[in-house]
Ligand binder design. Structure first.
Ligand code: PLP
Ligand code: SF4
Length: 441
């Protein structure tokens, strides 16, 4: 049945009827690259989102299925050779792990965001900006399907030392009891919506008690509306999920589903539209976000269409991100200049109701940096930037300038403009920022 999830990974993707039409070469690429990058898809994505008549160029196929170009040629050749020679699993795994570690599995210094409770390091939490805590419930460290560009991929590939998971919800609550500056909890993963309603309630309901009146918003970061909208309609606990949402809202809090949509096609099925309507009927808001990805959504028309459709459906466009420096980044990346051009060409086509979106933004070590534009100031071409969020909140919203660089694809490649030695938020005489988390007083 269509609304029963069937999961496909490396060991069984050949049972997908449509894969029979794939050229043998492409199957080989899936098997080689799929050893390194995360690979998982399901029957909804396969039957309702992918256009199998043109897989070579299909954005949703590229979103889910590993392709040769996603791996560097040398890495591809190494894994390809090992598989051809029938190398043992242990030997192959060791090589694969080495390659993964070379792909910057933990970008933007996320480890600096992991807070302490006395002497205990709270590995399931990231607290970077005072008002919002990210929580990674350990049962939510997977997704209904995997994106080939994912920067959370170490969490799925079993590099345990990098797992930001935490079973101890109690510790999380102890942390929140003494951090009254926190107003928002963002449940993230993986995808927290892979958890069943009991598990989700066990994490959320205690936060609705009088102890936590400072918690005003519960946010759930999820790709489930794209990858498995039946989650809100016909799964065995869909009704319980809706009751949990009702309950959150009945305490006077905001519930925001931070929905991850990469392409307008993900908004086109009757199923996703019903799911959006059902979530909205609880009073929850749906905010949308996506990275900008070459081969998937690198055209302004796709973004303007996506934002318009989202507004039609009652969703609020929220963020456009620059693709992170991890995994298959060379395949997906675009120069920052191109990112800004795509953003503004899309932004100028839509009404103010869509212009709640902010971007293009880079979640770098120092903060969330938005590219405001490219401008010439006294004869020098510069990027104009600002912090949407800063590791130090005092930095937020102050425009600053970097030398124009047509090739730069991430903030760390940019240099200060006007002959300055450092950006305003860097330590005197260095290009470093204070790596200690900002002290939340
Ligand atoms: C984006 C982000 C948040 C949330 O920021 P908002 O601007 O409130 O949406 C929180 N923590 C981290 C680490 C983030 O990257
Ligand atoms: S849904 Fe999010 S966490 Fe899951 S694979 Fe995609 S990008 Fe990664």
């Amino acid at each position: 049945m269509e609304n029963q999830i069937a999961i496909y990974m490396l060991h069984n993707y050949r049972t997908i009827p449509q894969t029979a039409s794939l050229p043998a070469e492409m199957m080989r690429h899936i098997e080689v690259v799929g050893r390194v990058l995360p690979f998982k898809t399901n029957n909804y994505v396969v039957n309702q989102l992918i256009d199998w008549s043109d897989v070579e160029h299909d954005p949703i196929f590229t979103l889910n299925f590993p392709r040769r170009e996603m791996l560097d040629k040398r890495h591809f050749a190494t894994v390809d050779k090992m598989l051809s020679q029938g190398a043992g699993k242990k030997e192959t795994d060791a090589v694969v792990e080495k390659i993964r570690l070379a792909l910057n599995p933990n970008p933007a210094g996320q480890e600096h965001n992991v807070p302490w409770l006395g002497k205990i390091r709270l590995k399931g939490i990231q607290h970077k900006y005072p008002e919002t805590v990210l929580f990674f419930p350990s049962q939510g460290q997977t997704c209904h399907a995997y994106c080939t560009f994912c920067f959370r991929w170490p969490q799925f590939s079993g590099i345990s030392a990098l797992k930001f998971a935490m079973k101890e919800a109690d510790l999380f609550r102890s942390y929140l009891r003494i951090h009254h500056e926190v107003t928002d909890i963002l449940f993230t993963g993986g995808d927290p919506m892979v958890m069943n309603s009991d598990m989700l309630s066990a994490y959320i309901e205690p936060l609705l008690s009088h102890e936590f009146t400072h918690i005003r918003s519960i946010r759930i970061g999820t790709k489930s509306l794209s990858y498995w909208p039946y989650r809100y309609l016909t799964d065995t606990d869909s009704d319980d999920i809706m009751r949990l949402f009702d309950k959150i809202i009945s305490t006077g809090r905001n519930l925001s589903v931070q929905a991850h949509f990469n392409h307008p096609r993900e908004l086109s099925t009757g199923t996703v539209r019903k799911a959006i309507a059902r979530i909205r009927a609880t009073g929850a808001q749906i905010r949308t976000q996506s990275p900008l990805l070459r081969h998937i959504n690198d055209k302004p028309e796709l973004w303007s269409e996506m934002w318009r459709t989202q507004v039609d459906l009652g969703c609020i466009p929220y963020y456009m991100f620059v693709a992170r420096d991890t995994g298959a980044k060379p395949f997906f990346e675009l120069p920052l200049e191109r990112c800004w051009n795509i953003f503004r060409r899309a932004y100028r086509r839509v009404s103010g109701l869509c212009r709640t979106v902010r971007g293009p933004g880079m979640s770098d070590h120092a903060g969330k940096i938005q590219i405001l534009g490219i401008q010439e100031v006294k004869g020098e071409k510069v990027f104009v930037l600002r912090f949407l969020q800063g590791r130090n909140p005092l930095w937020v919203d102050i425009p600053f300038f970097a030398q124009y660089d047509p090739h730069a694809t991430w903030f760390n490649q940019l240099k200060p403009a006007f002959g300055e030695k450092k950006f305003f938020f860097e330590e005197h005489g260095t290009r470093r920022i204070d790596t200690k988390p900002f002290l939340f007083e």
